[in-house]
Design a protein around this ligand. Structure first.
Ligand code: NAI
Length: 481
């Protein structure tokens, strides 16, 4: 029986391996992690991550051919193929701080693989890594190999959180990069055979190692660039009276452009986009390509601009002060159908409003209070490190932030409400009831364009929707970022 082990039981390792186990019943899959609480959660009824459909997949295979364990060394020792899906944070100190990927976790995983292995293995990069990481890993493995043969493959993951299971069942493509040697091609074939259990072979793209590594960074940079493009357009729409949804539709019907990823919003978040673009910028700079680096920097700058522009709009609309005012925050996750808050735009918006002395009442259907408080107190980039290593700001935010368990409680007696995640349940709230229980004038700031602005204006709200023609009230109070 072929044995697969995945180091890192996170948002990528857990769902990817669960689907692999489901689709390949004759392969034994072990997902291992140094974090005991995480592994305990994978073995419990409350999985460590929320992802539609995931629980069902895990329940079908767990204990049969899918195992979650903290015994990292045992499972690596027994495996034929070892995936490495550990976190790759942005460096916060030293050379490349604020841009380069910190490969500490990757390197320690590679050294451990070399230490415990007694038979040849295929080592697969699943994490998103800088170009030529495979070469570095190869050096660590071969210099410690004791005669064992390791083949390194790059197999970046393209799943999107919130639709991970659907994406894993029907990926647009699977990408496998490897060495152009007989052994390298044999390793590519072995991994392709695993995916071929459920992915049509023509959708499995095989490339050299460096193309596979760079393609992942490039794909995320292109996706983020589309969001920043439409968000830059949203600011112009507000200034001119155009409607960003209409503009995006008109632009997206051009088949060369396509309609996806053209929704204007308060900004992109998630663990990957910013981190991967920073990484790309660093690689461009290291290769003496400042113009290319500056191009990608602008994608992040526009994203920061959009978040701050939104928060400033809230403050300026409410007579230029939110001091002591209750503001409801509906949604904290970086997008709907996930409980993930890494780099969520809600962090920047909330911190900005807290700095202006607002009192926030936050509700998200999937994010726990402890997580929200941690996110609002954590130093930049620290979220990608284990909890004990995260630096928490000394000054407390507790008095200004309240986390509640439903939207009606959040909005009761509030002066304004901000929609920061596009959860479906926010579309069907009883806004008449909410309006009746809010201070007047009552403001809605829709950072995701999910509410029916016409209906809300009829109820009596003053409504701001990103990139839409402004209420006359808001026109007189421009927000400068
Ligand atoms: P995560 O932080 O959820 O999971 C990483 C896990 O690795 C953690 O549980 C950590 O305890 C574990 N770990 C770290 N060092 C270890 C070691 N030496 N031995 C055993 N376990 C170790 O991270 P996530 O989101 O799963 O991301 C993993 C990689 O995949 C990152 O490089 C990320 O950029 C990439 N990626 C993430 C996507 C996402 O949607 N989250 C999508 C595609 C790629």
């Amino acid at each position: 029986m072929v044995k697969i082990c995945c180091i890192g039981a996170g948002y990528v390792g857990g769902p990817t391996m669960a689907v692999m186990a489901l689709k390949c019943p004759e392969i034994e899959v072990a997902v291992v992690d140094i974090s005991e609480p995480r592994i305990n959660a994978w073995n419990s009824d409350r999985l460590p991550i929320y992802e539609p459909g995931l629980e069902d997949v895990v329940k079908q295979c767990r204990g049969k051919n899918l195992f979650f364990s903290t015994d990292v060394e045992k499972h690596v020792f027994e495996s034929d193929i070892v995936f490495v899906s550990v976190n790759t944070p942005t460096k916060t100190q030293g050379l490349g701080a604020g841009k380069a990927a910190d490969l500490t976790y990757w390197e320690s995983a590679a050294r451990m693989i070399a230490d415990v292995s007694k038979s040849s293995k295929i080592v697969v990069e699943k994490s998103t890594v800088p170009v030529r990481t495979a070469e570095a890993i190869e050096k660590i493995l071969t210099h410690n190999s004791k005669g064992i043969e390791f083949q390194i493959l790059s197999n970046p993951e393209f799943l999107a959180e919130g639709t991970a299971i659907k994406d894993l069942y029907n990926p647009d493509r699977v990408l496998i990069g490897g060495r152009d040697t007989a052994a390298g091609q044999k390793a590519i074939k072995a991994l392709r055979d695993v995916y071929a259990h459920w992915v049509p072979v023509k959708q499995i793209i095989c490339t050299n190692l460096w193309s596979a590594e760079l393609s992942k960074l490039a794909a995320n940079a292109f996706l983020a660039q589309r969001i920043s493009s439409v968000n830059a357009m949203s600011a112009l729409c507000e200034a001119t009276g155009a409607d960003v949804t209409q503009v995006a539709h008109a632009v997206g019907t051009d088949t060369r452009i396509g309609p996806k990823f053209l929704n204007s919003s308060v900004g992109f978040g998630g663990s990957c986009f910013q981190k991967d673009i920073l990484n790309l910028i660093y690689i461009c700079e290291c290769n003496g390509l400042p113009e290319a680096a500056n191009y990608w920097k602008q994608v992040i700058k526009v994203n920061d601009y959009q978040k701050i522009r939104f928060a400033n709009r809230v403050v300026s609309s409410m007579f230029n002060t939110v001091s002591g005012k209750k503001i409801a925050i509906l949604g904290f996750a970086f997008k709907k159908d996930t409980g993930d808050t890494r780099e969520t735009p809600a962090i920047d918006v909330c911190n900005r409003l807290v700095a202006d002395k607002a009192k926030l009442s936050i509700y998200d259907p999937q994010v726990l209070e402890e997580q929200i408080r941690r996110d609002l107190s954590m130093a930049r980039f620290d979220w990608d490190h284990p909890v004990p290593l995260q630096q928490i700001k000394a000054e407390g935010i507790s008095e200004q932030v309240n986390v509640v368990s439903d939207a009606y409680e959040a909005t009761k007696d509030a002066h304004g409400l901000c929609v920061l995640t596009e959860w479906d349940e926010f579309k069907s709230l009883d806004f008449k009831k909410i309006f009746d229980n809010m201070q007047k004038p009552a403001f809605v700031f829709d950072g995701r364009n999910v509410v029916d602005a016409v209906k809300l204006r009829e109820i009596g709200f003053i409504v701001y929707s990103i990139g839409k023609p402004l209420d006359s009230w808001l026109k007189d109070m421009p927000a400068v970022a």
